[in-house]
Design a binder for this molecule. Structure first.
Ligand SMILES: [Fe+2]
Ligand SMILES: [Fe+2]
Length: 140
């Protein structure tokens, strides 16, 4: 068990929580494979799954925020882009990673995801929930 989403990371949007859980599950799969000494081709595939889950989630979140005219949209979108830009450097560390390096990769994902969800994601969700509660809509 390397990286788990939990209730402390909930926002007020169910679809957003579900996508965050998906991202955590993909990162967890990668970390588990690294801890168990999987070969590089397998790690590359799992890394692609992590990246794909992030790209999909960020795009969904950005479209949603734009539609809901969330304040802070540009800053939030830039934070997503900056995180994706760091991924190639992580990919370069997959091969022959030591236990210490695997922990560092775990911390890289855990720290960013947690901090991002609890600040920018949660504030965007709160804005949308307030808006939606009067409009009676709450979907991605
Ligand atoms: Fe976000
Ligand atoms: Fe998010």
């Amino acid at each position: 068990m390397a990286l788990r989403w939990n209730d402390t990371l909930k926002t007020s949007l169910a679809w957003q929580d579900a996508q965050h859980q998906e991202v955590f599950a993909r990162v967890d799969e990668l970390l588990e494979a690294m801890y168990s000494g999987s070969d590089v081709p397998k790690l590359d595939v799992l890394f692609d799954h992590v990246r794909a889950s992030l790209v999909k989630h960020f795009a969904t979140e950005e479209q949603f925020m734009l539609r809901m005219m969330c304040p802070g949209f540009v800053k939030h979108k830039e934070a997503h882009a900056a995180f994706l830009e760091q991924l190639p450097a992580v990919r370069n560390k997959l091969a022959n990673a030591t236990a210490k390096q695997i922990v560092e990769i775990q911390m890289f994902f855990a720290t960013w995801l947690r901090q991002h969800i609890l600040t920018l994601d949660r504030s965007a969700a709160a804005h949308v929930s307030q808006r939606e509660s009067s409009a009676g809509r709450n979907t991605a």
